[in-house]
Design a protein around this ligand. Structure first.
Ligand code: 5GP
Length: 205
């Protein structure tokens, strides 16, 4: 069995990434979601250990000290991080893991060069639409909305560093595109399910 592959997905807050990811997880088999740790408060309906591992700042700092994170970053005034535990076992089981992380976390992973990953950026059609979606969610205070909008412009500038760009205008179309990217990456010659490089395959005629 080959080890699973990492898909790093970033987007400004309100780009519709969570909705997209839910659709793609339902469409594509063998895909799991890495559950991050965060110091932010849970939103209504969010569950500890499902959406995030919600921890205090002190607990998070202790995890940093113990080098338990593959990457972490301060995003919108809270700490977020991917623990090594969140992905290790799943990759070894041959599952592909989705990392929903911000542009700083993605840059850290890129700089580390390991593990090999596919980088995908999800963008809203424009910043006006982003603001409309962010306010429409109704889960954030006005101050939080402002912080997230301010950060969105910076985050959009990082899109060029990603291998794929998905513009989320019509959710169904964007979800199809994202699923296609994942399937295409799986089909790449160097990642045959058998684990053999393509040059080793002999076609019997
Ligand atoms: P939210 O608070 O809306 O759930 O997430 C805010 C931002 O934090 C999003 O851009 C999300 O991708 C990012 N984020 C979530 N988990 C992680 C993580 O483990 N590491 C990093 N670097 N960013 C994360």
């Amino acid at each position: 069995m080959t080890a699973g592959r990492l898909f790093v997905i970033s987007a400004p807050s309100g780009a519709g990434k969570t909705t997209l990811l839910k659709r793609v997880m339902a469409d594509v088999t063998g895909l799991v979601f890495s559950i991050s740790h965060t110091t932010r408060e849970p939103r209504p309906g969010e569950r500890d250990g499902v959406d995030y591992h919600f921890v205090s700042r002190a607990e998070f700092l202790e995890m940093i000290d113990k080098e338990l994170f593959l990457e972490y970053a301060e995003v919108h005034e809270n700490l977020y991080g991917t623990s090594i535990d969140a992905i290790g076992a799943q990759l070894l089981d041959g599952l592909d893991v989705i990392l929903d992380i911000d542009v700083q976390g993605a840059a850290i992973l890129r700089a580390k060069g390991q593990p090999e990953a596919t980088y995908i950026f999800v963008s809203p059609p424009n910043l006006t639409e982003l603001e409309r979606r962010l306010r429409g969610r109704g889960t954030e205070s006005e101050e939080t909305v402002r912080v997230r909008l301010k950060n969105a412009a910076t985050e959009m500038n990082a899109a060029g560093a990603y291998e794929y760009l998905i513009i989320n205008e019509v959710v169904a179309e964007a979800a199809n595109l994202l699923s296609s990217v994942i399937l295409a990456e799986r089909a790449r010659a160097h990642r045959l399910p058998s684990g053999k490089p393509i040059s080793k395959i002999v076609i019997n005629s």
